[in-house]
Structures are given as structure tokens and as C-alpha cells.
Design a protein around this ligand. Structure first.
Ligand code: FES
Length: 328
């Protein structure tokens, strides 16, 4: 698992097979791009989450079984076609290339069009804009889905070449399985991970080393509280609501974070601001995960009750709850 040293760049990025995340910071050079004309606050970070083989039918089935909206429904803004150019049945290579590069290509192809020409991926576009990117997967990094964001080969089976291209792509974080592709044995053996380490890239191969880099992995986090500070919520006190949650959670030692910031490295609660979640007329919006509770019209004076009742005792504060997925 190669990790590049942290570079002070705007955080973006990607991640696939399970997730891709990207962040959209302002373009260099001052030229307005299409994002400037879109309504709502400008995104600072973009997370591109891919459930492999996870199509609308599965989502509909999950909703039907749960008999309620799903936690990601508020974030679902559209869909993309991932059909193959060469087959009625799409494989991961063609599907991921469609998601990463916006083109339909042949099955097995990775980041190339049906004529074999390399096509720019969203991760590469982010890197070209000077944004930091990451590719984080639960599969092999060289599996077709993540590969299509950072490599260009005609056959998904060319995993050694995919590993070579991926290592050279300038990605800030690569996190996933498939170490053997980065440390090949045999006659044409090449130690890509070793070469990367020699260039100053931090290569981590076990959990203990990873925990040293990211101590929050050890924190027994139970809940995450999102406070919307988007334009509409900010206008009705979103920042003050977040500040009050921060004050109370830190006083109780519940907020996970760095000690130097007055937080608890082993805290049970993550407090995060978020931008508009689409319920702008009911601000300030506060969401509690994994419970799936959306609180509306939250005032700073409500924070103590939400922390004491919901966070500490597990009881949803019904007078403020707009959506409570456990109950709906
Ligand atoms: S600004 Fe839209 S939900 Fe907060």
C-alpha cells in the first residue's frame, strides 16, 4: 500500500471499487468553469463512492426491504449509464471507464476508448488542476474498477502494468489490497513499492503502521454529527449551532480529534460540518449517523439536548426530528 508524503495541496480526490473521492478546489488561473454557474455552494471535496455491480435495482430492492428511505437517498443526485461498447453485458473495466472518463468502451478495456486511445480520467483531471487525490479500495488496487481511474491498458488482466502506471500517476494516497502487483517476482521482477519508497513515498503494509499515520483508526467512534453550514443554514445560525455542538462535545470528552485542538483522540463522536443536503428551508439541518436522523430548525440552544438525549442515551429528540430512519 504505497502512500505518498503529504503535500500541501487542496484536498481532492478519488477512490474506487468501493469509493472514489475527489475534491474540487478553485481552478488555477482565474478562468471561471462550469461549476461557477451551478446553484448552491461550491464543493470543496468530492467523494466518488462506487459499490461494484451496484445498480438501481439493488437500491430499489434495499428500499423495499427496509420499507423506508435509505441513508444515502438525500445525497443521490443522478445516475450514469455504464453500458459496454462491445457487449450487452458490461464488465467492470468498461463500466469503470464510463464512470471515470465519461465514454463507453469495450469490455476488459481500462481507461481507453474502443480504438485503444487513452482517455483522461476524472482523477487525472483533478491532478492536472493541482488537487490532491486518493484512490481507496476494499479490493486489489489493480482491480478493473479502481484501475480505470488511474491507468490506460486494453486488457484489465495487465495488472502489473496497471500497478506501474498507478504508481507513477501522482496520486497522493493509494490504499487497498494487491501488494503482490507492486512487488512482482520472476524474471521481469520489479519492486514498484520499493522504488516508490526510495523516492520518499511512505509505504505502509500493516495496520500498526497505518494507525501511527491515522490515530483515529483506534478511536471507538459510535456516531457522526453533521451540521449543515451551507448558505441557507448559515443564514439562520449554522455556524453557531456547530460551535455549540463543538463546545459541548469537547467539554464532555466525546469529540474525537487531536488533543492539541482540545479534542479526545479516543472520542466516540465525530463532528463535521457539511454543505447543503437539500432541505434548505428547514435549516439549520443536523444529521446524526449511523442512526439516519435528520434534525430541522436546530438552534444553538438545542445542541445540549441532542447530545445528552441522542448521543449519550440513544433517544431521538422527537420534537426536532424531521426524518428518523429507524422509525420511518
Ligand atoms: S443549506 Fe441547504 S440544507 Fe443547509
Amino acid at each position: 500500500m504505497p502512500l505518498r508524503p503529504c503535500v500541501p495541496r487542496p484536498p481532492v480526490a478519488l477512490m474506487a471499487l468501493c469509493v472514489v473521492l475527489a475534491c474540487a478546489a478553485p481552478a488555477r488561473g482565474g478562468k471561471p468553469d462550469r461549476a461557477d454557474s451551478l446553484p448552491g455552494p461550491r464543493a470543496r471535496n468530492v467523494v466518488f463512492l462506487i459499490g461494484d455491480g451496484f445498480g438501481p435495482a439493488y437500491v430499489a430492492l434495499a428500499r423495499g426491504v427496509a420499507d423506508r428511505p435509505l441513508a444515502f437517498d438525500p445525497h443521490l443526485v443522478g445516475s450514469a449509464t455504464t453500458s459496454s461498447h462491445s457487449s450487452r453485458v458490461t464488465d467492470s473495466g468498461a463500466a469503470a471507464t464510463a464512470l471515470a472518463s465519461g465514454i463507453h468502451t469495450d469490455n476488459n478495456a481500462i481507461g481507453v476508448d474502443p480504438e485503444g486511445r487513452a482517455r483522461t480520467t476524472v482523477l487525472e483531471a483533478a491532478e492536472a488542476r493541482g488537487l490532491a487525490t486518493g484512490l481507496v479500495v476494499t479490493s486489489r488496487l489493480t482491480h478493473a474498477t479502481p484501475a480505470a481511474f488511474a491507468a490506460h491498458v486494453s486488457q484489465r488482466s495487465e495488472e502489473e502494468e496497471i500497478a506501474r502506471q498507478m504508481t507513477a500517476a501522482g496520486i497522493e494516497v493509494l490504499l487497498g489490497g494487491g501488494a503482490r502487483e507492486f512487488r512482482r517476482n520472476g524474471p521481469d521482477a520489479r519492486d514498484l513499492a520499493g522504488e516508490a519508497a526510495a523516492r520518499g513515498v511512505r509505504v505502509v503494509t500493516d495496520r500498526a503502521e497505518l494507525e501511527k499515520l491515522a490515530p483515529m483508526l483506534k478511536a471507538p467512534i459510535q456516531r457522526q454529527v453533521f451540521v449543515c453550514t451551507g448558505k441557507s443554514c448559515k443564514a439562520v445560525g449554522g455556524e453557531e449551532v456547530k460551535a455549540e455542538f463543538a463546545r459541548i462535545l469537547e467539554a464532555k470528552g466525546l469529540r474525537q480529534g487531536k488533543e492539541s485542538k482540545g479534542r479526545n483522540p479516543l472520542g466516540k463522536v465525530l463532528l463535521t460540518e457539511c454543505s447543503s443536503i437539500g432541505f434548505c428551508s428547514i435549516g439549520t439541518a443536523v444529521m446524526v449517523y449511523p442512526d439516519g436522523t435528520l434534525y430541522a430548525q436546530v438552534q444553538p440552544s438545542d445542541a445540549a439536548e441532542i447530545v445528552e438525549e441522542h448521543i449519550e442515551k440513544g433517544n431521538v429528540v422527537k420534537r426536532l426530528a424531521l426524518i428518523d430512519l429507524d422509525k420511518n
